[in-house]
Ligand binder design. Structure first.
Ligand SMILES: Nc1ncnc2c1ncn2[C@@H]1O[C@H](COP(=O)(O)OP(=O)(O)OP(=O)(O)O)[C@@H](O)[C@H]1O
Ligand SMILES: [Mg+2]
Length: 485
């Protein structure tokens, strides 16, 4: 993986954290997101980052926890000397041998030796890349894991702490839960690589967005690490996951950081900087790359740049260890953004209400997939897109319809259009449309503001059988998807 780090991009402490530590250093050192934790309260200390040697489930930090490195990030204008004493306290009290102190401009590794803290390595922020091998030799996960095993073998009982002398037990409290407990007793099978699923049909209003956001929620609820990408300038997935909080243009906090920025340039604006948590949409939250109405005005410019078609894939490759599944919601057209989705994805789900226009549109979808496959093969050397199937969506529950019309509509998909059909059916259910348009009252004025929910969250508000059936359908869809990837 070709990761770059540019210290000039770190203008404040948050950027040191996101651009240097999260996007660059931790992946380079071999720490995947399930083994590093941010804002951790350990003993009486609040650590910026704590990396472990292996995942800890359940996440209880005690004397036996495989602690690895503490990383403290400071504002670029901060003098690191002033923070040494605090780092020493952290290392001693948390029984961790190595600690990193950095403000982006300077980078230091300290190590405890007996009760003293020595400076083991330092370089300028601009020299981190060239010194990466030396850094890995001190705090790389593989190196520390090996040392930990050697220490364990040499002493009995094995001290899992990396410090030579065991200290009293540490009681730890964790404030951030990175790995939510899987629901429904589902045993998570790790896919060998991150899988990207595009949800596309060129017919509008067939349920693409509804399927995208609720499938993402269903997969997340099963313990998978999910990223949802909104590639439609209507920004309906962005709205449906609760990311449009502003009421007036001047409060727009999306316009400078949304999916366009991923496509705009190859060497900056990476996924961790653009992704936002979906907050109240679903518990656990989903990471979402938002869209914006302005996406449409950039299309012409991006169209002229051949590289903009493959940038999303390149940037996803940089976070392939951080997500298991990526869902892409697309526009109802054959535009550049739909093309990007079909070029980037491994799999395609085609939601369709199976009505005449939607069915006729399937021929266009097939043609569009063919063109995307040509680009994949000729320009990228990629295998063709796997059409997982046409997903019957917004299907009427009317008994007569189910008996007479639905079977004929389905057979047209497999017969006339020669496309596979998904087994799951997403029926037209009022609670499902209500979940996306759900409003809550705020403040003394009891003003109503949008508070969209996944169907799973909405079931906590609407206890009707119809809501529960809709949630079950998305659970079934998630199971089918997992079986088929
Ligand atoms: N299964 C369903 N039951 C009830 N209402 C649904 C269902 N699926 C979608 N809807 C409603 O239909 C409308 C269109 O759905 P949605 O936005 O998901 O379609 P879309 O294909 O993404 O549309 P577009 O092509 O404009 O992006 C929305 O109002 C949504 O709430
Ligand atoms: Mg949509």
């Amino acid at each position: 993986m070709n990761l770059n780090f540019n210290p000039e991009l770190c203008r404040n402490e948050t950027e040191v954290e996101s651009k240097l530590i999260v996007s660059y250093l931790l992946p380079q050192l071999g720490y995947s997101p399930d083994i590093w934790h941010q804002e951790v309260k350990l003993a009486s200390n609040r650590l910026d980052f704590l990396a472990l040697l292996k995942p800890l489930i359940p996440f209880v930090l005690d004397k036996k926890a495989p602690l690895s490195v503490i990383i403290e990030a400071k504002h670029p204008k901060e003098n690191l000397d002033r923070h040494q004493r605090k780092l020493k306290t952290y290392l001693l009290e948390c029984q961790v041998r190595c600690g990193v102190l950095t403000n982006g401009k300077q980078f230091r590794i300290y190590e405890l030796s007996k009760d003293e803290m020595i400076l083991r390595f330092q370089c300028a922020g601009s020299e981190i890349e060239t010194n990466l091998d030396a850094i890995k030799k001190i705090i790389g996960r593989e190196v520390l894991k090996r040392e930990s095993l050697e220490t364990a073998a040499a002493s009995s009982p094995a001290p899992l702490s990396l410090l030579p002398s065991p200290s009293p037990p540490l009681m730890a409290m964790i404030e951030e839960m990175p790995m939510p407990a899987p629901k429904n007793n589902f045993i998570k099978e790790e896919p060998s690589t991150m899988q990207v699923i595009a949800i596309y049909h060129n017919k509008g209003g067939v349920g693409k967005t509804t399927v995208s956001v609720n499938l993402a929620a269903a997969l997340k609820n099963k313990g998978h690490r999910v990223l949802l990408i909104d590639l439609d300038s209507q920004a309906n997935s962005t709205f449906a996951t609760g990311l449009i909080k502003f009421q007036f243009e001047e409060e727009d906090n999306l316009i400078n950081n949304y999916v366009y920025h991923l496509l705009e340039a190859g060497d900056f604006h990476f996924i961790p900087e653009v992704a936002r948590p979906s907050e109240t949409f679903n518990q656990p939250e989903i990471d979402v790359i938002p869209s914006h109405i302005d996406l449409i005005v950039h299309q012409e410019k991006l169209n002229r740049i051949g590289a903009s078609r493959s940038r999303l894939l390149t940037k996803l490759n940089r976070v392939k260890d951080q997500y298991d599944l990526v869902i892409i919601d697309t526009p109802p057209s054959r535009d550049l953004y739909a093309e990007v989705a079909l070029i980037t994805a491994n799999h395609l789900i085609i939601p369709s209400d199976l009505k005449p226009f939607a069915n006729q549109g399937l021929a266009n979808v097939k043609m569009f997939v063919k063109l995307a496959n040509e680009f994949r093969e000729n320009m990228m050397g990629r295998v063709p897109l796997n059409i997982m199937g046409v997903l019957p969506s917004k299907i009427s529950t009317n008994a007569q319809f189910m008996k007479h019309t639905f079977p004929r509509q389905k057979s047209a998909v497999t017969g006339y259009y020669q496309l596979p059909l998904m087994e799951t059916v997403i029926y037209e259910r009022i609670p499902l449309s209500h979940s996306i348009s759900y409003m809550k009252k705020t403040g003394e004025t009891e003003l109503e503001v949008p508070d969209p929910k996944s169907i799973f969250e909405f079931c906590k508000i609407d206890r009707s059988p119809s809501a529960a059936q809709s949630a079950q359908e998305f659970e079934d869809l998630a199971n089918e998807v997992l079986r088929k990837i």
